[in-house]
Design a protein around this ligand. Sequence first.
Ligand SMILES: [Zn+2]
Length: 249
Amino acid sequence: MTADLFKEKFGYEIEGVWFPRVTSITSPLQKKWWGMRRAAEWGTLIHETVEDMLRGENVSPDAKCAVAIETFLRWQSEYPMRIADPVNDIEKRVWDPEYGYAGTVDIIAEVEGVRGIIDVKTSTAVVKEHYLQTAAYLYAYNKTSGTNRPCQTRWILRIDQYQECRGCLAKLRIKYGSQSINGGKSANWRICNHQWGAAKGEIEFQELKGYERDLALFFDLKERWEWANKEWLARIPNYEKNIRQHALL
Ligand SMILES: [Zn+2]
């Protein structure tokens, strides 16, 4: 890998300064397994479709995620999520010049009178790294973009799609490929001759509590990430300033 590739892979350049991405910093928490690439593609598809729809564009969803999107639209029609400024409040780049990191907030919205950031996830559950990522986004947003109208909280909007076995209730997720079948209710789900039902969509909207603790943990993790990558970071001149500032903490 070259320093340029490292920069591109793990960060963003904003106004001449290089910032590592929040998701690069939290990636050690991620469980890595063979289905990741396909799952990432499915996740990108969901993000693009949902965000285009929220911008008011006319989108016909790809067949691979149509059921999930249908479920999302039904949820949205019942749920008061208000986006004040779709041009600026969807896919919002945020960064913290002081501690040196950047990221992209999926949606900034008002829900039942509370303004907050929404991170769209396509995982099968809300996991620990989501807490740290959204804490980092919320902090950076309020510091650089939300000075007039700060966000008070963070939510995960989880969008999933699966088929369930009629026999053992195991779940098959096409986003991971045909071999991703998770735990049915009966003990012998591994040997069940699965009978897959129609695809089902699933939406989870969850507020994440414990912002301050999560933010502190994110900064801890960032320090470890910098240490683990220090040889690379030393080769990125437009990151130097941030390393020094962080060292003074
Ligand atoms: Zn089965």
